[in-house]
Design a protein around this ligand. Structure first.
Ligand code: FMN
Length: 203
């Protein structure tokens, strides 16, 4: 399963433009967000998947700035998308997906997440990884590590709130075996898994 190489334009699947889909206020999203671990199995579709990815790392300015802040605007995060249809990587430039594998690896990912059933049952799992060297090159290894962890939190909180605003639900997952997640997704060595978010329609 080749996941390391840069995808060519012809392989990229464009996601629908992230036009506003929700009228829920931020205040209401903050009040109603709750970790949910029981989802309906139906797929979310490209519009919703695209919105959630955009919330995490979408580009929102001509200069390339994104929905989530980034230390030094160095953008170390790389997002992987796991659904029943396979594995892909989010490409903020062009708001697209680079398909990487067609297999449904959710059961393997659930096993890597210490057997958490929600990871296997969710129609969508976003895997947040980081390329530490992008940030460490400027801030050093220790500070860089702190910054990529903070950034993963920013990105995931955006997903959690966007999910609520879209009538979906989610749970952040920090309990997993890093090496097994990397193996299941065939991650490039430099892409270290930091955080998972399982998303779906609440039952
Ligand atoms: C860093 C972090 C890691 C977490 N890891 C898991 C996890 O592995 N599995 C899980 O079911 N929930 C996980 N959670 C969700 C917490 O259990 C949940 O946020 C907490 O119980 C508070 O509930 P609430 O999110 O509904 O407010 C995690 C939350 C955080 C912030």
């Amino acid at each position: 399963m080749p996941t390391g190489g840069a995808p060519t334009a012809s392989q990229t699947v464009r996601l629908p433009e992230p036009s506003p889909l929700s009228t829920m206020t931020l205040d209401e999203a903050l009040r109603t967000r709750r970790s949910v671990r029981d989802f309906r199995p139906d797929a979310l579709g490209p519009e919703l998947v695209g919105r959630l990815l955009w919330a995490a790392q979408g580009i929102t300015s001509d200069e390339g700035f994104r929905t989530a802040p980034s230390a030094g605007a160095l953008y170390p995060l790389e997002l992987y998308v796991v659904t029943g249809e396979g594995v892909s990587r989010y490409l903020p430039e062009g708001h697209g997906l680079a398909p990487l594998a067609r297999a449904d690896v959710r059961a393997d990912l659930a096993a890597a997440a210490l057997g958490q059933a929600v990871v296997g049952d969710a129609p969508l799992v976003i895997v947040v990884t980081a390329v530490l060297s992008r940030t460490a090159a400027k801030y050093g290894a220790d500070r860089g590590e702190r910054y990529v962890h903070l950034e993963a939190g920013h990105a995931v909180q955006n997903v959690l709130l966007e999910a609520v605003a879209l009538g979906l639900a989610a749970v952040p997952i920090g309990a997993f075996d890093d090496a097994r997640v990397a193996e299941v997704l065939s991650l490039p060595r430099a892409h270290a898994p930091l955080y998972l978010v399982a998303v779906g329609r609440p039952r």
